[in-house]
Write a protein that binds this ligand. Structure first.
Ligand code: GRF
Length: 211
C-alpha cells in the first residue's frame, strides 16, 4: 500500500478560529498576523457559545464572527453541515481550534481533512482531555507543555506539529502552571499556522515533517 502524503499549501490562506471562551490563543494568532509574520488572514471567528468573551474581542478587532447554537439543530451532523456551509462561503482553508469545547464529528473532520488543527495544554499523548494541567501536577510529572496537532476523529490523537516543554515547579498550582503553559501556547500556535501556509508541513501517517 502506498503511503498517503499531505503537503500543506503555500498560499495566502484563510483561517477560521473556533472558540468557546476567552480566546487568548485566537488573539495571539491575530497579533502575529497584524505583525506581518503570517501568510494568512482570519476570515471568521466562530463559536458554539453566544457569550464567549473572545467573540467580543473579535468584533472589537473588526473581524467577522458567527455564533451557531448547537441546540437549534437536531443532530451534530446537521449542526456541522451548517458550519461547513458557512466555512465554504468564506473559502476557509484551515480551521484553528482554540479552546473550542465541542468535540468535532466525522462530517467536519472528513470535509476538512488535514485542515483542522488544535492546541492542547499538555505534551500529548500524555494527558489528553480536560483539566490536564491539574492532572499533570497530580501525577507528579517534572515537565508538561503544549502541543499543536492536526485534528482527527480520535480526540487529541492527530499527528503532532509542534510541542513546547514547560517545567512543572514544586509549588505549582493549576493556575500557575496553566499560565506558564499558556504563554508557550501563544508562541507555538502562531508558529504552526505560519509553517502550514508556508507550505512546510508534510504529513506521512502519524509523522509531520517540517520542510
Ligand atoms: C487553552 O489552554 C488551550 O490549550 C485549550 O483551551 C485553552 C483555551 O484558552 N484547548 P484561550 O481561550 O485560547 O485563552
Amino acid at each position: 500500500m502506498t503511503e498517503e502524503v499531505f503537503l500543506s499549501p503555500k498560499k495566502k490562506g484563510k483561517i477560521a478560529v473556533f472558540i468557546s471562551g476567552r480566546g487568548s490563543n485566537f488573539r495571539a494568532i491575530h497579533d502575529s498576523i497584524l505583525a506581518g509574520k503570517m501568510n494568512c488572514e482570519i476570515a471568521l471567528v466562530f463559536s458554539n457559545k453566544e457569550d464567549a468573551p473572545g467573540l467580543k474581542t473579535a468584533q472589537d478587532r473588526d473581524l467577522e464572527t458567527l455564533f451557531l447554537d448547537p441546540k437549534a439543530y437536531s443532530s451534530r451532523e446537521d449542526y456541522e453541515k451548517e458550519i461547513i456551509k458557512e466555512l465554504r462561503k468564506r473559502d476557509v482553508d484551515l480551521i484553528c481550534l482554540a479552546g473550542y469545547m465541542k468535540i468535532l464529528g466525522p462530517s467536519l473532520c472528513r470535509e476538512f481533512k488535514n485542515a483542522i488543527i488544535n492546541i492542547h495544554p499538555a505534551l500529548l499523548p500524555s494527558f489528553p482531555g480536560l483539566h490536564v494541567q491539574k492532572k499533570a501536577i497530580d501525577w507528579g510529572v517534572r515537565y508538561s507543555g503544549a502541543t499543536v496537532h492536526f485534528v482527527s476523529e480520535d480526540v487529541d490523537m492527530g499527528p503532532i506539529i509542534v510541542q513546547e516543554v514547560v517545567p512543572v515547579i514544586q509549588d505549582d498550582t493549576e493556575e500557575t502552571l496553566s499560565d506558564r503553559i499558556l504563554k508557550e501556547e501563544h508562541k507555538i500556535y502562531s508558529e504552526a499556522v505560519r509553517l502550514y501556509f508556508n507550505g512546510r508541513l508534510e504529513v506521512r501517517g502519524r509523522r509531520v515533517y517540517i520542510k
